[in-house]
Write a protein that binds this ligand. Structure first.
Ligand SMILES: *[C@@H]1O[C@H](CO)[C@@H](O)[C@H](O)[C@H]1NC(C)=O
Ligand SMILES: *[C@@H]1O[C@H](CO)[C@@H](O)[C@H](O)[C@H]1NC(C)=O
Length: 249
């Protein structure tokens, strides 16, 4: 199961092969599927057993099912900042770890890198030790106080970058839209037609220090990311008016 069901996927109908468990009369592999109501099979993606709603499987990072109707969760707007944590219960090494900003780049489980001109800003400086984001209408930005803000974009290598303070520069070929951010759900990359975020383990050569990289998968980079694992990014809302940092560095 390479692709996230950004659009709810149809329920799988399998044959009668016994694969370790049965769902009604069908055999299935419980490592890869979950059986609902003893008759509907949904895949497990990014460690999330997809939920079932009136003939469709769906991810709770994007949808909800009310009275047997599947609907998108409401989108966030720029007034509600949030942090992101990685979710993939089958990958305990990083499940629950925060997305962290540093070097104009998002990582997983790193140390947030920020700056505040204390001489000018004084006690209004936020601690700057969490990575907070705001998102709305397909775009996203770092949750910062610095005038001009810091925009979030997919770099040409489909890692997540953000602009430097006091600069609007974005590398040519970057994507600044196509992000979905859902209240009570997750932060989703809608560019690339439904592929998931993946977490790539620290490389031996790069040192790494336990810091994993976050990459948006797509049809062309999928093969080169075969050592990386699909993850969801869970939105953890912060009180309105909270700033993550003066600026992220
Ligand atoms: C950030 O710093 C503040 C103030 O020093 C502290 O109260 C808080 O626990 C820290 N948070 C994290 C996530 O380290
Ligand atoms: C997929 O991502 C790679 C970078 O990893 C980028 O070069 C490529 O253009 C992207 N493919 C599509 C179809 O957008």
């Amino acid at each position: 199961m390479a692709r996230l069901p950004l659009i709810a996927t149809a329920v799988l109908a399998l044959g009668n092969t016994v694969l370790g468990a049965t769902c009604g009369s069908a055999g299935y592999d419980p490592a890869n599927y979950v059986c609902w109501q003893n008759q509907f099979l949904c895949p497990i993606t990014a460690g999330e057993p997809l939920s079932y709603c009136a003939g469709a499987c769906y991810t709770k990072f994007m949808y909800k099912c009310a009275n047997n109707v599947l609907t998108l969760l409401p989108s966030t707007d720029y007034s509600t900042p949030f942090t992101l944590t990685v979710s993939n219960p089958s990958l305990p090494a990083i499940d629950g770890k925060p997305v962290t900003a540093g070097g104009q780049h998002w990582s997983i489980g790193g140390v947030t890198s920020s700056y505040c001109p204390v001489a000018q800003v004084g006690s209004a400086c936020p601690p700057g030790n969490i990575t907070a984001i705001v998102a709305g209408a397909g775009g996203a930005a770092m949750d910062v106080m610095v005038p001009g803000g810091q925009g979030v974009y997919l770099r040409p290598d489909w890692n997540v970058g953000y602009t430097q303070a006091h600069s609007a520069y974005i590398p040519p070929g970057s994507l600044t839209t196509g992000f979905g951010a859902y209240v009570g759900g997750g932060f989703v990359n809608l560019n690339g037609n439904g592929w998931p975020w993946v977490a790539c383990p620290p490389t031996a050569s790069g040192g790494g220090g336990g810091v994993w990289n976050l990459v948006a998968k797509n049809s062309t980079n999928a093969a080169s990311l075969n050592l990386c694992t699909p993850v969801n990014l869970k939105i953890n809302p912060l009180p309105q008016g909270t700033y993550g940092a003066w600026q992220y560095t």
